[in-house]
Design a binder for this molecule. Structure first.
Ligand SMILES: [Zn+2]
Length: 220
């Protein structure tokens, strides 16, 4: 599956079990009316403003099936990534970045990385260490997604696919985000990652190479 392949999860199985026990891994709960959706959200203690979420146990809740394939793919990407790294904790911008990277098209990714880059160049971005929750308002909320996506693209462009796979595997094998970062990339912590990421986004030549290498990263 494309989503799993993009994060290097080669042995991902869409189905669980074998033979007669074989069953679909993902469960989708779709709500037909706005009232039943709000009620379910309240029951699970979720925000009223989101239109879908991944519950973390391969279950995806969504308001209306026709809402958007893109949103469902995004939520599935969260679930696949979680399964891959065995539900290890990582920063929200990283989780969202991975979900965006594995489910969006090349042009969508390019546009979002460009937005993140624009903010860094204008110094209107929020450093990675401080980006620890979603913000109100649509544009501010996009920050987390665009920043995360641009970090994923930066690491892939700078250090290549095999390091990226090694990083995910390190987390899968029990390392936390920062120790995986220092063991695979020799970047000591999120603050150091932030410095390198800012520097890369500010550089025109790096941006050009990101654009050039993006199709290869996505294997499209
Ligand atoms: Zn998400």
């Amino acid at each position: 599956m494309k989503i799993a392949r993009r994060i290097g999860y080669e042995d991902f199985q869409l189905y669980r079990g074998k033979g007669d026990d074989r069953g679909k891994k993902f469960k989708f709960f779709i709500y037909g009316s706005h009232e039943s959706w709000l009620e379910a959200q309240k029951k699970f203690g979720r925000s009223e403003r989101v239109s879908a979420w991944a519950a973390g146990n391969r279950t995806i809740f969504s308001y209306h099936l026709n809402l958007s394939t893109k949103i469902l793919l995004h939520e599935m990407a969260h679930e696949i990534h979680n399964e891959y790294i065995r539900y290890r904790h990582s920063p929200i911008w990283w989780k969202e970045g991975i979900a965006m990277f594995s489910s969006l098209s090349e042009s969508e990714i390019r546009g979002r990385v460009q937005q993140a880059r624009f903010r860094v160049i204008n110094n209107t971005h929020i450093p990675l260490m401080q980006l620890i929750f979603f913000y109100e308002g649509e544009e501010e909320c996009d920050l987390v997604y665009n920043v995360g996506l641009s970090v994923v693209v930066f690491l892939l462009n700078e250090y290549g696919a095999s390091s990226f796979t090694a990083f995910n595997k390190a987390m899968r094998e029990g390392k936390n985000f920062e120790s995986a970062l220092s063991s695979v990339y020799d970047i000591r912590n999120i603050s150091k990652l932030n410095d390198k990421w800012e520097e890369a986004l500010q550089d025109w030549k790096t941006w050009e190479s990101m654009i050039k290498n993006l199709p290869k990263m996505l294997e499209e």
